[in-house]
Design a protein around this ligand. Structure first.
Ligand SMILES: [Zn+2]
Length: 231
């Protein structure tokens, strides 16, 4: 059977994760992410861990070819993002529209870079959390997995900020990108409970310039949203 999107264990590969880009990434971003990564992992450049890098490069190239082609991408997305996916422990993969951000990802990055404390305080006051995840009663019983997207930036590995005419970063030295955090909602999680994700643990690779130390996630069980806790 032909399973072009799967690894050798039969699990579908998330090429967005591999290219470190959001699911809605436009072609421009796909291209720049590809250019960056290929420079990092190209065997001629890295030398060390050549085998690992070779595998990584193969995946990066495969992912790039797939996502840059509208038809292939559409077909791939329908498989990757379909609702019927389950993790190996039987958790349900939640569709993206169940994740509600208290602020847009772009604004989140901007506010983090400009103003570290005040904005988050304001936001926490208004929303009480950074991200809210909605699960159905059934999903909350079975357990669910959500992929929360966070903005991040990576160094431009083409010029490291040395070339002000750099075609990848426009001389800024960094390029905006996005990373996914896998959030597990364990079976029988209570409605309204919160999960704090320690972003520091995910460093240094993915959030080098992301200054928020933790992310508060609230779990809301659909249909129980207006029920008061503990009554
Ligand atoms: Zn550059």
């Amino acid at each position: 059977m032909n399973k072009p999107y799967c690894d050798d264990k039969g699990n579908i590969i998330d090429f967005y994760e591999i290219l470190n880009i959001p699911y809605k990434a436009e072609k421009e971003l796909i291209r720049s992410a590809f250019c960056n990564l290929i420079k990092i992992y190209h065997p001629d450049i890295s030398g060390k861990n050549a085998d690992e890098d070779k595998k990584k490069v193969d995946l990066i190239i495969k992912g790039y070819k797939l996502l840059i082609d509208d038809e292939l991408r559409k077909d791939y997305n329908s498989k990757l993002l379909s609702k019927s996916r389950f993790s190996s422990d039987g958790y349900v993969y939640l569709p993206k529209n169940r994740i509600k951000y208290s602020i847009s990802l772009k604004d989140l990055l901007t506010t983090r870079l400009l103003n570290k404390k005040i904005k988050r305080k304001e936001r926490m006051r208004a929303f009480g959390q950074d991200v809210e995840i909605f699960v159905t009663p059934k999903e909350s019983e079975k357990g669910a997995v959500a992929f929360v997207e966070l903005p991040s930036r990576m160094d431009c590995h083409v010029c490291y900020g040395e070339d002000k005419y750099c075609h990848v970063c426009n001389g800024v030295g960094r390029i905006p990108t996005a990373s996914h955090i896998e959030v597990k909602i364990h079976p029988y999680t209570q409605n309204g409970s919160t999960v704090d994700i320690d972003l520091m643990k995910l460093r240094p690779d993915r959030f080098t310039s992301f200054t928020m130390k933790s992310l508060r996630i609230k779990i809301t069980i659909i249909g129980k949203a207006f029920q008061k806790e503990g009554t």
